[in-house]
Design a protein around this ligand. Structure first.
Ligand SMILES: NC(=O)c1ccc[n+]([C@@H]2O[C@H](COP(=O)([O-])OP(=O)(O)OC[C@H]3O[C@@H](n4cnc5c(N)ncnc54)[C@H](O)[C@@H]3O)[C@@H](O)[C@H]2O)c1
Length: 442
């Protein structure tokens, strides 16, 4: 049995007491999550887009009529038991940050203003070189990166005590850092710790948060494309400390559409000449991604999806030669309301060419907030079930799912969902669903 998996029907500790969700970054996604949870708790809105809150899981045969809500099937923390904490380089409380992000309407924010205003970000671990476009004052100082990690570990302990939390999880919803490749300082915990003492520039702020979380026994989910916890030093540390980790990059707008459509085209053996994707985006995320070094992190995470789904090496005639282009353009007037265009050049029977055009007028943080909620709840569940290390069953939520070394990521959203639900069935000692269905024709 792998370290990140569990025995069938394992005992899962109940979700008693409070769950603290520690958000790195209190920007558009985080404030939309916090305000949304408060609004849902008061019955002002529905948790649309959240699998943990609205999804069901079929058990047994199709004729059994057993499809409980996921939240009734596995013991998840209740929304009433959640308390939020955050770090940000800007000192704005969650109400002011949400107003600036401009995702939710003022009317709704005013109805939950008290809870939002009471959430004030702790000073962040930040390095200008990693996010060139932002300049904030709410930043920690320390003589080296290990000292900064220790300050985060103190923040975590203080938050846990002051809020009377039984359990904590950490979600990275801060700006995308510049692209960093894995190098020797990331290979083992010993060299990583030495590099932290030496202030090595290859240790990103996000790695310092992940290190502090794991050392504190807190599960860590990475919503951005930065390398962060996807390095051997930290995956090993997570296994040793029995902490679940997962990433990278919330799968929302355009990539979500890709991983819905591409498996469908491939299932019909339709060929692909090219897939051109472009976006306009005007929020702070768009501003950060306007810097080529930060965009590079995003580009790498977005590009890998089609290669893996279409398997050009297995189907050279259909997918051996397609071109895939992804662009993001910062365009302030649109704010968080992104517009994503896709032009897909496909071919069918006898090579006859066709085109598909998509124009997705989406809302970035409306799509991302429920993913952040689900990840926090499922990571807390995983920890109570004794799971540790990389949680590949949560690939469903990511553009570039983290996997065991040497394993290619599964991008097909339908396979990802089946994997997630089968993991829950397995956890509860239920039969897995294979969709073979022979029993109906005995
Ligand atoms: N649909 C989506 O919105 C979506 C999808 C996938 C990934 N993401 C990623 O999620 C992240 C958050 O997106 P957003 O739209 O909320 O961005 P945002 O710019 O509104 O918020 C990010 C916040 O992080 C803060 N920050 C930056 N560096 C920090 C650090 N080292 N420590 C603490 N805080 C820090 C910034 O000050 C900012 O307030 C981005 O990396 C984005 O690429 C978002």
């Amino acid at each position: 049995m792998g370290l990140n998996m569990i025995e069938k029907g394992v005992e899962v500790a109940p979700a008693n007491g409070k769950l603290g969700i520690l958000l790195v970054g209190l920007g558009a996604v985080s404030t939309t999550l916090v305000a949304g949870v408060e609004a849902i708790k008061r019955g002002l809105a529905e948790p649309v887009g959240s699998l943990t809150q609205m999804g069901t899981v079929r058990l047994g045969k199709r004729t059994d009529n057993r499809s409980p809500r996921i939240k009734d099937f596995v013991p998840l923390a209740a929304l009433d038991d959640i308390v939020f904490g955050a770090w940000d380089i800007f000192a704005d409380n969650a109400f002011d940050a949400a107003m600036k992000a401009g995702v939710l309407e003022k009317d709704l924010l005013n109805q939950v203003s008290e809870q939002l205003a009471s959430l004030k970000p702790m000073p962040a671990v930040f390095e200008q070189n990693y996010v060139k476009r932002l300049h904030g004052e709410n930043v920690k100082s320390g003589k080296n990166k290990m000292e900064l990690a220790e300050q985060l570990i103190e923040d975590i302990a203080r938050f846990r005590a002051e809020n009377n939390c039984d359990r904590l999880v950490m979600v990275w919803a801060a700006s995308t850092e510049i692209y960093v490749e894995e190098s020797e300082v990331h290979t083992s915990i010993e060299v990583l710790e030495k590099a932290m003492y030496d202030n090595d520039p290859r240790i990103a702020p996000s790695m310092i948060y992940a290190y502090a979380a794991i050392k504190s026994g807190v599960p860590f989910a990475n919503g951005a494309p930065n390398l962060t916890v996807d390095i051997p030093a930290l995956t090993k540390l997570a296994e040793d400390h029995k902490v679940p980790i997962c990433g990278k990059d919330f799968k929302t707008g355009q990539t979500l559409m890709k991983t819905i459509l591409a498996p469908g085209l491939k299932s019909r053996m339709l060929g692909l000449d090219g897939w051109y994707s472009t976006n306009i985006l005007g929020n702070r995320d768009g501003e950060v991604l306007d810097d080529p070094e930060n965009f590079k992190s995003k580009e790498v995470s977005k590009l890998s999806v089609l290669e893996h789904i279409f398997q050009p090496e297995v189907y050279p005639d259909l997918y051996g030669n397609f071109s895939h282009v992804v662009r993001i353009n910062y365009y302030p007037p649109r704010g968080d309301n992104k517009e994503g265009w896709d032009n897909i050049d496909i071919f069918g029977w006898l090579g006859y060419k066709m085109q598909i055009k998509i124009d997705f007028l989406c809302r970035d943080s409306i799509l991302a907030a429920p993913l952040a909620l689900d990840l926090a709840l499922f990571m807390d569940l995983a920890q109570r079930a004794g799971m540790r290390g990389v949680q590949e069953w949560l690939s469903f939520y990511f553009k570039a799912p983290q996997t065991a070394p040497g394993l290619y990521p599964e991008h097909d959203i339908f396979i990802q969902l089946m994997k997630l639900k089968n993991t829950l069935r397995h956890m509860r000692g239920e039969d897995l669903i294979t969709h073979l269905g022979l029993e109906y024709y005995d």
